[in-house]
Write a protein that binds this ligand. Structure first.
Ligand SMILES: [Zn+2]
Length: 111
């Protein structure tokens, strides 16, 4: 039965993580051509762009003319998404402990 319970638990986490993935991490209004994901420096000739980064790593750009482009194909899915969701919402340490009391040393000792 344990395996079955784990499967259900994983499914539950996955659904929550997928919901979280659509949330906005940050919005950046700029006309810089030096962003790490920049592949369209010509966009900035029209003026500021609005780059929205979602929790799953998707970066969406709104252009001056109202057009929308996606800046990266890389986004978190599966286990990586669940990991990111757990870290972001449950303060999970690199060692896997929630609200870890020795988070600093865990991080510096590198798990
Ligand atoms: Zn820790």
């Amino acid at each position: 039965m344990t395996e079955y319970t784990e499967m259900i638990e994983r499914k539950r986490k996955q659904l929550k993580a997928e919901e979280w993935a659509k949330g906005v991490q940050h919005i950046h209004v700029h006309r810089l051509t030096s962003m790490w994901y920049e592949t369209r420096p010509e966009d900035m000739k029209m003026g500021n762009v609005i780059d929205t980064t979602y929790n799953d790593g998707t970066i969406e750009r709104k252009l001056q003319n109202g057009g929308i482009v996606f800046m990266t194909d890389e986004k978190l899915t599966g286990d990586a998404l669940i990991d990111a969701w757990e870290k972001a919402t449950h303060n999970v340490c690199v060692c896997g402990t929630q609200d870890c009391a020795t988070e600093y040393s865990c991080t510096t000792h590198g798990y």
